[in-house]
Design a protein around this ligand. Structure first.
Ligand SMILES: Cc1cc2nc3c(=O)[nH]c(=O)nc-3n(C[C@H](O)[C@H](O)[C@H](O)COP(=O)(O)OP(=O)(O)OC[C@H]3O[C@@H](n4cnc5c(N)ncnc54)[C@H](O)[C@@H]3O)c2cc1C
Length: 362
């Protein structure tokens, strides 16, 4: 069976590697260039790391173990600490590079932007078309093209994306020194009524990934041009502890990235005919629980298992196999969705805030 994956980020690459490992014929079609991986970093939990190890990735030297979560109430100065069992920070580019190196180069195609599927009678797609005029044929198409997925819009639209309620401004800073304790502590500074939080995740050596989490209804400036945003951030930082100011300013605000974080109700099915959605294309999750990456990797592992079973079964039926994917994944994803929404409501002040409730992994 020929499998084409549209989108070559975490979900697309992990699925390609998993399928390649058991002999499936798979190709990846990514709109970005091979030199661009973008993004800063992420937290992985032990289960996600075990999945990556089982796929043949040894990330140990690149991982920063994070063992403490420390929530600071900026107003009162109160600090609450929790132990984090098995959390690891990694730079996004490192994870993407490791995945790419394991996949046959001939299977990876860059600068291919999917535009549409050729119309067919019935649900089964034969050809995907790209903006450069190229067309590909496959028996199974996997849409791994992220939150605003074109594959999803054409094949499995489901519920609309709701309006964005929180945005994140993310950056990376290399400090001159980082106290030993800060090297494995994930810190979050919370300004309870201000609608802003600041997170710091150590990611190896003196480097930290940091982010402002912002209620964009309260602070529409966060959605302005880079210049307007930075002007506002510089003024805003005056209200924050010196540690926060030092970290945010030392990376250079011009190198930050703005995330419009959102989620979406799960569709009834993740597939239609021979097109299946995976990763954020299927189930965008709010960043409060840090489950986006782990969920994409779990999709890859689950799908790999189901497609192995499908190809080895003489009485196979693709529709049953893809339905089974939704049956297995939906209850887990629904839990992450609800958890993320609860944490977002607390952050927005719509439910009582509690310093003691901490994100599952970040
Ligand atoms: C540039 C970037 C940086 C990120 N940085 C971070 C980060 O620092 N921390 C974090 O926790 N999460 C980050 N994420 C999000 C994280 O990767 C996802 O939430 C999660 O891993 C799910 O991954 P995904 O592969 O489903 O989606 P995504 O990671 O969003 O990947 C979707 C991929 O599809 C490609 N694509 C989109 N449309 C098309 C098209 N029409 N044709 C072909 N290809 C297409 C995109 O270029 C992208 O590579 C980032 C995502 C991106 C795209």
């Amino acid at each position: 069976m020929k499998i084409s994956i549209i989108g070559g980020s975490i979900a697309g690459l992990t699925t390609a590697l998993r399928l390649q490992n058991t002999g499936h014929k798979v190709s990846v079609w990514e709109r970005r260039s091979p030199t661009s991986s973008g993004g800063f970093g992420m937290l992985l939990d032990q289960k996600t790391l075990n999945h990556l190890t089982s796929l043949g990735l040894d990330l140990t030297p690149q991982l920063q173990k994070v063992i403490i979560y420390e929530a600071h109430d900026v107003h009162s100065g109160r600090i609450v600490r929790h132990g984090l069992d098995g959390s690891f920070a990694i730079q996004r580019s490192t994870l993407i590079d490791h995945l790419r190196k394991k996949i046959n180069t001939s299977s990876l195609n860059y600068d291919f932007e999917f535009t549409h599927f050729e119309p067919t009678f019935g649900n089964s797609i034969q050809r995907a078309c790209f903006s450069n005029g190229h067309k590909i044929e496959a028996d199974l198409f996997l849409g791994a093209d992220g939150v605003r997925s074109s594959v999803r819009n054409t094949q499995v639209p489901g519920p609309d994306l709701p309006p964005v309620k929180t945005v994140e401004i993310v950056g990376i800073s290399e400090m001159d020194t980082l106290p030993p304790k800060s090297r494995n502590t994930f810190k979050k500074y919370i300004h309870q009524d201000r609608g802003i939080a600041f997170g710091i995740v150590p990611c190896g050596g003196n480097k930290v990934i940091w982010y402002f989490q912002i209620d964009n209804n309260k602070w529409p400036q966060a959605l302005g041009s880079l210049q307007q945003r930075n002007q506002w951030l510089i003024e805003e930082l005056a209200h924050w502890p010196i540690q926060v100011r030092r970290i945010a300013m030392s990376g250079g605000l011009e190198n930050t990235h703005l995330w419009r974080t959102t989620d979406r109700d799960l569709p009834l099915q993740f597939h239609r005919g021979n097109t299946l959605l995976i990763g954020d294309a299927a189930h965008p999750l709010l960043t409060f629980t840090s489950q986006g990456v782990g969920s994409s990797i779990e999709d890859a592992v689950t799908l790999g298992f189901l497609l192995d079973e499908y190809t080895n079964n003489p009485h196979r039926n693709l529709d049953d196999c893809l339905s089974k994917f939704a049956t297995i994944r939906k209850p887990v994803l629904q839990g992450h969705l609800e958890n993320g929404r609860d944490l977002q409501q607390r952050f927005l002040g719509l439910r009582p805030h509690c310093l003691d409730t901490y994100p599952v992994s970040a």
